[in-house]
Design a protein around this ligand. Sequence first.
Ligand code: SAH
Length: 214
Amino acid sequence: MIDSYRHKGMRRQLIEELQLKGINNQKVLDAFDKVPRHFFLDSSFMNQAYTNIAFQIGAGQTISHPYTVAFQTTLLGLERGHRVLEIGTGSGFQTAILCAIGARVVSIERQKELFIKAKPIITHLGYSPNLFYGDGYKGKVSYAPYDSILVTCGAPFIPQELKDQLKVGGKLVIPIGGDGKQIMTRLIKLGEDEWKTETFGDFSFVPMLKKTAK
Ligand code: SAH
Protein backbone atom coordinates (compact mmCIF):
# COMPACT_ATOMS: atom_id res chain seq x y z
CA MET A 1 0.00 0.00 0.00
CA ILE A 2 1.15 3.49 -0.81
CA ASP A 3 0.67 6.61 1.30
CA SER A 4 1.06 9.35 -1.33
CA TYR A 5 1.18 13.13 -1.02
CA ARG A 6 -2.38 13.11 -2.31
CA HIS A 7 -3.47 10.92 0.61
CA LYS A 8 -1.56 13.12 3.05
CA GLY A 9 -3.31 16.20 1.62
CA MET A 10 -6.70 14.54 2.01
CA ARG A 11 -5.83 13.77 5.63
CA ARG A 12 -5.09 17.44 6.26
CA GLN A 13 -8.53 18.32 4.87
CA LEU A 14 -10.18 15.73 7.09
CA ILE A 15 -8.33 17.17 10.10
CA GLU A 16 -9.66 20.65 9.24
CA GLU A 17 -13.16 19.20 9.03
CA LEU A 18 -12.74 17.54 12.44
CA GLN A 19 -11.53 20.85 13.91
CA LEU A 20 -14.58 22.62 12.49
CA LYS A 21 -16.73 20.01 14.21
CA GLY A 22 -15.09 20.85 17.54
CA ILE A 23 -12.22 18.35 17.87
CA ASN A 24 -9.35 20.39 19.31
CA ASN A 25 -7.19 17.84 21.13
CA GLN A 26 -3.80 18.19 19.41
CA LYS A 27 -2.69 14.63 20.26
CA VAL A 28 -5.79 13.26 18.53
CA LEU A 29 -5.39 15.52 15.48
CA ASP A 30 -1.69 14.57 15.17
CA ALA A 31 -2.64 10.88 15.30
CA PHE A 32 -5.11 11.42 12.42
CA ASP A 33 -2.26 13.00 10.47
CA LYS A 34 -0.05 9.93 11.04
CA VAL A 35 -2.44 7.05 10.34
CA PRO A 36 -3.38 6.37 6.68
CA ARG A 37 -7.07 5.51 6.95
CA HIS A 38 -7.17 4.22 3.38
CA PHE A 39 -5.01 1.24 4.40
CA PHE A 40 -7.96 -0.03 6.44
CA LEU A 41 -10.57 0.07 3.66
CA ASP A 42 -11.22 -2.15 0.67
CA SER A 43 -9.64 -0.72 -2.46
CA SER A 44 -13.03 0.18 -3.97
CA PHE A 45 -13.51 2.75 -1.17
CA MET A 46 -10.00 4.23 -1.46
CA ASN A 47 -11.06 7.60 -2.82
CA GLN A 48 -13.57 8.21 -0.05
CA ALA A 49 -11.23 7.15 2.74
CA TYR A 50 -10.86 10.68 4.05
CA THR A 51 -14.49 11.74 3.97
CA ASN A 52 -16.39 11.67 7.21
CA ILE A 53 -18.44 8.54 6.53
CA ALA A 54 -18.61 4.98 7.85
CA PHE A 55 -17.90 1.94 5.61
CA GLN A 56 -18.51 -1.77 5.49
CA ILE A 57 -15.37 -3.66 6.52
CA GLY A 58 -16.65 -7.22 6.15
CA ALA A 59 -18.52 -9.61 8.46
CA GLY A 60 -21.44 -7.12 8.47
CA GLN A 61 -19.40 -4.59 10.47
CA THR A 62 -18.40 -0.98 9.82
CA ILE A 63 -15.35 1.18 10.41
CA SER A 64 -16.55 4.10 12.57
CA HIS A 65 -16.89 7.65 11.16
CA PRO A 66 -13.63 9.59 11.57
CA TYR A 67 -15.51 12.10 13.75
CA THR A 68 -16.71 9.32 16.06
CA VAL A 69 -13.17 7.92 16.38
CA ALA A 70 -11.82 11.41 17.10
CA PHE A 71 -14.61 12.18 19.59
CA GLN A 72 -14.26 8.92 21.55
CA THR A 73 -10.46 9.23 21.59
CA THR A 74 -10.71 12.78 22.91
CA LEU A 75 -12.98 11.60 25.75
CA LEU A 76 -10.27 9.14 26.85
CA GLY A 77 -7.85 11.98 27.65
CA LEU A 78 -4.87 9.81 26.72
CA GLU A 79 -1.25 10.38 27.65
CA ARG A 80 1.76 8.62 26.14
CA GLY A 81 2.30 5.27 27.91
CA HIS A 82 -1.31 4.90 29.10
CA ARG A 83 -2.62 1.36 29.04
CA VAL A 84 -5.82 1.23 27.00
CA LEU A 85 -8.29 -1.58 26.34
CA GLU A 86 -10.38 -1.32 23.16
CA ILE A 87 -13.45 -3.48 22.63
CA GLY A 88 -14.16 -4.00 18.92
CA THR A 89 -10.93 -3.89 16.88
CA GLY A 90 -12.94 -3.97 13.64
CA SER A 91 -10.79 -2.58 10.84
CA GLY A 92 -8.03 -1.65 13.30
CA PHE A 93 -8.14 2.05 12.42
CA GLN A 94 -9.12 3.19 15.91
CA THR A 95 -6.50 0.82 17.35
CA ALA A 96 -3.82 2.47 15.19
CA ILE A 97 -4.96 5.95 16.31
CA LEU A 98 -4.54 4.91 19.96
CA CYS A 99 -1.07 3.51 19.16
CA ALA A 100 -0.11 6.70 17.30
CA ILE A 101 -0.84 8.68 20.48
CA GLY A 102 1.68 6.46 22.25
CA ALA A 103 -0.73 4.37 24.30
CA ARG A 104 -0.04 0.72 25.11
CA VAL A 105 -3.06 -0.88 23.49
CA VAL A 106 -4.93 -4.13 24.06
CA SER A 107 -7.82 -4.70 21.63
CA ILE A 108 -10.42 -7.46 21.38
CA GLU A 109 -12.54 -8.46 18.36
CA ARG A 110 -15.23 -11.15 18.29
CA GLN A 111 -15.28 -11.63 14.49
CA LYS A 112 -12.41 -13.90 13.50
CA GLU A 113 -12.35 -12.61 9.91
CA LEU A 114 -11.77 -9.03 11.12
CA PHE A 115 -9.26 -10.05 13.79
CA ILE A 116 -7.19 -11.80 11.10
CA LYS A 117 -7.46 -8.91 8.64
CA ALA A 118 -6.56 -6.05 11.02
CA LYS A 119 -3.30 -7.40 12.41
CA PRO A 120 -1.02 -7.21 9.33
CA ILE A 121 -2.18 -3.66 8.50
CA ILE A 122 -1.42 -2.37 11.99
CA THR A 123 1.91 -4.21 12.06
CA HIS A 124 2.79 -2.77 8.63
CA LEU A 125 2.36 0.71 10.12
CA GLY A 126 4.95 -0.17 12.77
CA TYR A 127 2.58 -0.46 15.74
CA SER A 128 2.43 -3.44 18.07
CA PRO A 129 -0.78 -3.55 20.09
CA ASN A 130 -1.86 -6.79 21.76
CA LEU A 131 -4.75 -8.02 19.62
CA PHE A 132 -7.11 -10.78 20.74
CA TYR A 133 -9.93 -12.76 19.22
CA GLY A 134 -12.56 -13.11 21.91
CA ASP A 135 -15.46 -11.71 23.86
CA GLY A 136 -15.16 -8.06 24.83
CA TYR A 137 -17.74 -8.44 27.63
CA LYS A 138 -15.03 -10.19 29.64
CA GLY A 139 -12.36 -7.56 29.00
CA LYS A 140 -8.75 -8.79 29.28
CA VAL A 141 -7.89 -9.26 32.91
CA SER A 142 -4.29 -10.37 32.28
CA TYR A 143 -3.35 -6.82 31.17
CA ALA A 144 -5.51 -4.98 33.74
CA PRO A 145 -5.75 -2.47 35.31
CA TYR A 146 -6.26 0.01 32.46
CA ASP A 147 -5.98 3.80 32.41
CA SER A 148 -8.90 3.79 30.02
CA ILE A 149 -11.28 1.46 28.25
CA LEU A 150 -12.95 2.26 24.93
CA VAL A 151 -15.97 0.36 23.64
CA THR A 152 -16.52 0.86 19.89
CA CYS A 153 -19.81 -1.05 19.60
CA GLY A 154 -23.23 -0.28 21.06
CA ALA A 155 -23.49 -1.89 24.50
CA PRO A 156 -26.89 -2.85 25.94
CA PHE A 157 -25.45 -2.35 29.45
CA ILE A 158 -22.10 -1.64 31.13
CA PRO A 159 -20.23 -4.92 31.64
CA GLN A 160 -19.09 -5.26 35.26
CA GLU A 161 -15.80 -6.87 34.15
CA LEU A 162 -14.85 -3.68 32.32
CA LYS A 163 -15.56 -1.56 35.39
CA ASP A 164 -13.47 -3.93 37.51
CA GLN A 165 -10.51 -3.78 35.11
CA LEU A 166 -10.24 0.03 35.22
CA LYS A 167 -7.75 1.85 37.47
CA VAL A 168 -9.07 4.27 40.06
CA GLY A 169 -8.94 7.59 38.17
CA GLY A 170 -9.46 5.76 34.88
CA LYS A 171 -12.09 6.44 32.20
CA LEU A 172 -14.52 4.11 30.48
CA VAL A 173 -16.00 5.45 27.23
CA ILE A 174 -18.98 3.40 26.09
CA PRO A 175 -21.96 4.00 23.79
CA ILE A 176 -24.95 2.64 25.72
CA GLY A 177 -28.21 1.61 24.13
CA GLY A 178 -30.02 -0.82 21.89
CA ASP A 179 -29.98 -1.30 18.14
CA GLY A 180 -29.47 1.80 16.03
CA LYS A 181 -29.03 4.47 18.68
CA GLN A 182 -26.79 4.77 21.71
CA ILE A 183 -25.86 7.51 24.15
CA MET A 184 -22.15 8.22 24.33
CA THR A 185 -21.27 7.78 27.98
CA ARG A 186 -18.11 8.36 29.99
CA LEU A 187 -17.63 6.87 33.43
CA ILE A 188 -14.76 8.06 35.59
CA LYS A 189 -13.75 5.71 38.40
CA LEU A 190 -13.40 7.97 41.43
CA GLY A 191 -12.97 5.13 43.94
CA GLU A 192 -13.37 1.34 44.03
CA ASP A 193 -17.13 1.78 43.98
CA GLU A 194 -17.55 5.45 43.21
CA TRP A 195 -18.30 6.68 39.71
CA LYS A 196 -18.90 9.93 37.89
CA THR A 197 -21.12 9.51 34.81
CA GLU A 198 -21.30 11.99 31.92
CA THR A 199 -23.23 11.75 28.64
CA PHE A 200 -22.35 13.23 25.26
CA GLY A 201 -25.35 12.80 22.96
CA ASP A 202 -26.57 10.22 20.46
CA PHE A 203 -24.40 8.05 18.24
CA SER A 204 -25.03 4.99 16.10
CA PHE A 205 -22.84 1.89 16.39
CA VAL A 206 -23.15 -1.75 15.39
CA PRO A 207 -24.29 -3.76 18.42
CA MET A 208 -21.98 -5.28 21.03
CA LEU A 209 -22.82 -8.96 20.71
CA LYS A 210 -22.55 -11.76 23.22
CA LYS A 211 -20.53 -14.91 22.62
CA THR A 212 -17.66 -15.24 20.18
CA ALA A 213 -18.62 -15.71 16.54
CA LYS A 214 -16.97 -18.27 14.23
N1 SAH B 1 -12.97 0.37 16.19
C1 SAH B 1 -13.51 -0.18 14.97
C2 SAH B 1 -15.01 -0.12 14.99
C3 SAH B 1 -15.60 -1.31 14.36
S1 SAH B 1 -17.32 -1.55 14.60
C4 SAH B 1 -12.92 0.51 13.76
O1 SAH B 1 -12.34 1.59 13.88
O2 SAH B 1 -13.00 -0.04 12.66
C5 SAH B 1 -17.39 -2.42 16.14
C6 SAH B 1 -16.70 -3.75 16.21
O3 SAH B 1 -17.05 -4.35 17.47
C7 SAH B 1 -17.10 -4.76 15.14
O4 SAH B 1 -15.96 -5.17 14.44
C8 SAH B 1 -17.73 -5.93 15.93
O5 SAH B 1 -17.45 -7.20 15.39
C9 SAH B 1 -17.07 -5.76 17.31
N2 SAH B 1 -17.80 -6.39 18.42
C10 SAH B 1 -19.14 -6.51 18.60
N3 SAH B 1 -19.41 -7.15 19.77
C11 SAH B 1 -18.21 -7.46 20.34
C12 SAH B 1 -17.81 -8.15 21.52
N4 SAH B 1 -18.70 -8.66 22.39
N5 SAH B 1 -16.48 -8.27 21.78
C13 SAH B 1 -15.55 -7.76 20.92
N6 SAH B 1 -15.85 -7.12 19.78
C14 SAH B 1 -17.17 -6.96 19.47
